[in-house]
Design a protein around this ligand. Structure first.
Ligand SMILES: [Ca+2]
Ligand SMILES: [Ca+2]
Length: 88
């Protein structure tokens, strides 16, 4: 029974790992992780927000930008970024 539980945990983790490893154009530094540093690299005027133009200039795809811009106002702010980046 314990083995079955462990197996279920592993199966449950697979999609999470796959998602974390999915290539995202938000990973500006191309280190395989979307981090706070990537947002800072995109925020060229350092106002704490990434506009669509800033993201595009950094090579972010429209699809990835829309995914990150949760409220659809055309800007990725820090609160939105916090939901998508990985610590580190
Ligand atoms: Ca900015
Ligand atoms: Ca937004």
């Amino acid at each position: 029974m314990k083995l079955l539980t462990a197996l279920l945990v592993v199966i449950g983790l697979v999609p999470a790992i796959a998602m974390a490893q999915a290539k995202s154009t938000l990973d500006v530094s191309k280190d395989g992780k979307v981090t706070k540093a990537d947002m800072m690299a995109m925020d060229t005027n350092k106002d704490g927000k990434v506009t669509a133009a800033e993201a595009k200039a950094a090579g972010v795809s429209d699809a990835d930008f829309k995914k990150a811009d949760k409220n659809g106002d055309g800007i990725i702010d820090y609160a939105e970024w916090e939901k998508i980046y990985e610590p580190g």
